[in-house]
Design a protein around this ligand. Structure first.
Ligand code: ZN
Ligand code: ZN
Length: 155
């Protein structure tokens, strides 16, 4: 059986990247690993993982219903990690800046700096700061991954 690439864009197989975290066979060792696994959970519709990896201080009573709704209407296309600060194995806090591309069905870009903290050896997503979209130069490939030049994309 050919190995399936991980949705998080690591270019590694799913079974050796995010899947062990989603199945609780292993614990994400860094903030970036947790960030990637949460992105993969969005791709795979793993609502429980998205709830349990969110820090208790920012969970809301309607998280589940909102996640289920968002997973039905949004297709996550790609993830690019821009920058990671701290969040390594020996840290207890960190942040990861990323760009995630989705279709809803129109193309969209989520550019966010997510905050993570570690408690009892586990990383948790706390919350995120939305950042302005990153737009390429007119003659460069569009951010949506269509392969078209930015100036020719999105009609
Ligand atoms: Zn992955
Ligand atoms: Zn485009």
């Amino acid at each position: 059986m050919p190995s399936i690439l991980c949705p998080c864009g690591s270019n590694r197989s799913y079974t050796s990247c995010c899947q062990p975290y989603l199945t609780a066979a292993d614990i994400a060792p860094t903030a970036e690993a947790l960030m990637r696994s949460r992105y993969s959970a969005y791709c795979e519709g793993e609502v429980d993982y998205l709830i349990t990896t969110r820090h208790i201080s920012t969970r809301k009573f309607d998280d589940r219903i909102n996640l289920v709704r968002s997973l039905k209407t949004t297709v996550w296309e790609s993830l690019r990690i821009i920058n990671t600060q701290k969040g390594r194995k020996n840290d207890t806090a960190g942040s990861v800046e990323f760009i995630a591309i989705y279709k809803q069905p129109e193309w969209g870009q989520l550019h966010e700096r997510s905050k993570f903290i570690k408690e009892n050896k586990r990383w948790f997503y706390v919350d995120g700061e939305m950042l302005p979209p990153v737009l390429p130069k007119r003659n460069h490939p569009c951010w949506c991954g269509s392969g078209k030049k930015f100036k020719h994309c999105h009609g």
